[in-house]
Write a protein that binds this ligand. Structure first.
Ligand code: FES
Length: 223
């Protein structure tokens, strides 16, 4: 598994980020909707080449304003199978994961262990086009917000199958939040009996072409 943390080409603005950084959450309705608390120290690990650039603190005011809501355009052509690209949208890390056939298979295997396999809970509405087993438009490409729905830590990727500290022996791969032990499958669906009440958020998004997508906007308009 390789990961990278880069930004997409911004329609508004996207900062390049590396997981492991703290996030300053936006103020306003988005922040009020859910009292995210980031910076629990559990952000996603980055194993591949990662480019660290200054984060929100260095943005010019106009850019900061843009980042509060503007959609972000992303080139996904460079994400390898099993790889992750992380972009910033509205101050949140958005993970774009190109899943392998084996990772997609794992979604079926874990379904009976999940809290909300059909993404029917209403607290974090999911776009209709992601209300399926893969929670995505294209089965192989997951677009999800990398913020735990418990108290807002950023989970780590645990894509390798098998036992590891804090997760089940029959682990099929997914995401793990070390803050309080919530785990999510390769579609960001939370396992049952974990502190996190909901699946990971899937933001509005749409494809401009096979290799470019926009986060924060779809055919119905901006999020
Ligand atoms: S913040 Fe993720 S389990 Fe508590």
């Amino acid at each position: 598994m390789s990961e990278q943390a880069t930004s997409g080409k911004p329609l508004g603005l996207a900062s390049e980020i590396t997981s492991g950084e703290s996030f300053s959450m936006p103020k306003g309705p988005e922040a009020n909707r859910r009292n995210w608390m980031i910076a629990c120290g559990g952000a996603a690990t980055v194993a591949g080449a990662a480019v660290a650039v200054p984060f929100l603190g260095s943005m010019a005011p106009s850019d900061r304003a843009k980042s509060a809501g503007a959609p972000v355009e992303v080139d996904i052509s460079d994400i390898p199978l099993g790889g992750v690209k992380i972009v910033e949208w509205r101050g949140k890390p958005v993970w774009i994961v190109r899943r392998t056939p084996e990772q997609l298979e794992s979604l079926k295997a874990v379904e009976s262990q999940l809290a909300d396999p059909g993404s029917n809970r209403k607290d974090i509405p999911i776009p209709d086009y992601a209300k399926n087993q893969t929670r995505s438009i294209k089965p192989e490409v997951l677009v999800t917000v990398g913020i735990c729905t418990h108290l807002g830590c950023s989970p780590v990727s645990k894509f390798e199958k098998g036992a590891a500290s804090g997760i089940a022996n029959d682990w099929q791969g997914g995401f793990f939040c070390p803050c309080h032990g919530s785990s999510f499958d390769m579609a960001g669906r939370v396992f049952a009996n974990k502190p996190a009440p909901d699946n990971l958020e899937v933001p509005r998004h749409m494809y401009l072409s096979d290799t470019r997508l926009v986060i924060g906007k779809d055919q119905k308009g901006e999020a």
